[in-house]
Design a protein around this ligand. Structure first.
Ligand code: ATP
Length: 455
């Protein structure tokens, strides 16, 4: 492992990423024609492909590759008592201060200590209000009457859906401790500060896995899951020197946590949390037992004992991972020396397993049967790969467009293809081109995806 960076050293800036994301249809501002909606973003054609791919890779990692983890898709709307039991009604708050002069709103834990003490705005030096608690849960009403008895919350984390189903899953799927439940879904938080593009939004998606273990084995499992989650990012081809661990100090620990580490990524705006690995102890199950009156103990038939399992949680933001991968993949490379703009290419070096388009098929000319041949080849590849087709403009321009979308492979069809059935396969990262028989294409691509190493 290489040494961790002290500051961001990549070429991406949030401005470049935001603009590329819009230009290429990854992410648009929500309700843009009305001036935009704070804290909400829409995922365009490439964005939804990328998001789906990240979710698939995570899902495979968690469920397919772990015999002891099963999936769940719980509802966003849950019984309001869930959030009393979980502690969110009482504790899921951010400390808030406002500047009386410039009216900027801050999270008190995110401004320098000395400003808080002196009640001095870090932006304009104006006077700050007292700190007050602000609950991050979105509240609404279910049914036609807007009264307190009908209050319902949009879930602020997916985890609680797992806890309230854990007994159902043990019974229906005969799971034995230790085992895990994985879930991907939307979560909502009324965030006070929503800057930095899709980093912190009011509506976002989480990929969470809750692993149920016997008390006393929790520390061991906690360390094991830390190792596994680190290895997962290595497998995704992320620049590992842009990642680091951060352990929560006593003042940072959430109300449910016994121990907590974040995997942080060095984003263009600095080191920020990407995923949390938490030892939630038996806090949640204890509270749900209390509030629901149901016995949630696990009955270990083999050893004739019963207990409330401890829970190790791995909680990653799906949309935040997407931002991380955009930043991590972003590169500008000098590819010629003619003194023009074309000397440089912008390239997203996505791992082929997560790239929105895996392979683009490009006929060299729009005539002499090359289009038909290209469509035919695309038709063959479609079943197994996410393909794109582009016949407009000079071939160099078309390669650049695909580089910017992060497409790892391009296939060019030329006159020789008509004669002998070979095509040009171009690799995004090295720009190397090789001739391949069309019959061997699918196999060749599968191998290249499997053996991909980031250069
Ligand atoms: P923070 O302290 O930054 O508000 P947190 O510690 O409360 O975040 P967790 O509750 O641990 O975050 O959430 C788990 C993961 O969910 C985070 O690591 C992050 O990737 C993602 N996440 C949390 N809040 C948001 C948000 N508002 N927008 C996008 N992703 C989020």
């Amino acid at each position: 492992m290489s040494e961790a960076l002290t500051e961001y050293q990549g070429k991406a800036t949030m401005e470049k990423i935001t603009s590329l994301a819009k230009r290429r249809g990854f992410v648009f501002q929500s309700s843009e024609i009305y001036g935009g909606q704070n804290g909400a973003w829409d995922y365009g054609p490439l964005g939804i492909e990328l998001k789906n791919r990240i979710a698939q890779v995570w899902w495979k990692e968690m469920t397919q590759l772990h015999d002891d983890i099963v999936g769940l898709d719980a509802a966003i709307l849950m019984h309001p008592r869930v959030w009393e039991a979980s502690g969110h009604v009482e504790n899921f708050t951010d400390p808030l201060v406002d500047c009386k002069q410039c009216k900027t709103r801050f999270r008190a834990d995110m401004i320098p200590e000395e400003n808080l003490k002196a009640k001095k705005c870090p932006d304009c030096g104006g006077e700050l209000t007292d700190t007050r608690k602000f609950n991050l849960m979105f509240k609404t009403h279910i049914g036609p009457v807007e009264e307190a008895a009908n209050t319902i919350y949009l879930r602020p984390e997916t985890a609680q859906g797992i806890y309230v189903n854990y007994k159902n899953i043990i019974q229906s799927n005969r799971m034995k401790v230790p085992f895990g439940i994985a879930q991907i879904g939307k979560a909502f938080r009324n965030e006070i500060v929503t800057k930095n593009f899709i980093f912190r939004t009011c509506e976002f998606e989480q990929m969470e896995m809750q692993y149920f273990v016997k008390p006393g084995t929790d520390v061991e499992w906690f360390n094991e899951w830390k190792k596994r989650r680190w290895a997962y990012y290595e497998k995704l081809g992320v620049n590992m020197n842009q990642l680091r661990w951060h352990q929560h100090g006593p003042n940072e620990l959430a109300h449910y946590a016994k121990d907590a580490y974040d995997i942080e990524y060095c984003f263009p705006m600095g080191w920020k949390e990407l995923e949390g690995v938490h030892n939630r102890s038996n806090y949640d199950l204890t509270r749900h037992t209390e509030f629901s009156g149901k016995d949630l103990q696990y009955i270990d038939q083999d050893n004739k004992e019963r207990y409330l399992p401890f829970i190790i949680e791995t909680s990653a933001g799906l949309t935040r991972t997407l931002l991380m991968l955009l930043c991590d993949a972003y590169d500008e490379e000098k590819v010629a020396d003619k003194g023009t703009d074309d000397d440089w290419r912008t390239v997203l070096r996505f791992h082929p397993a997560i790239a929105p388009i895996t392979v683009a098929v490009l006929p060299l000319m729009k005539k002499d049967g090359l289009v038909e041949l290209a469509q035919d080849i695309r038709g063959e590849l479609k079943e197994d790969f996410a393909t794109d087709y582009d016949q407009s403009g000079a071939i160099g321009r078309r390669y650049r467009r695909q580089d910017e979308a992060g497409t790892p492979f391009c296939i060019t069809i030329d006159y020789e293809s008509k004669d002998n059935g070979t095509v040009t396969l171009r690799f995004r990262d090295s720009m190397e081109q090789v001739r391949v028989n069309r019959r061997e294409l699918a196999e060749r691509l599968r191998k290249a995806i499997k053996e991909y190493q980031r250069s």
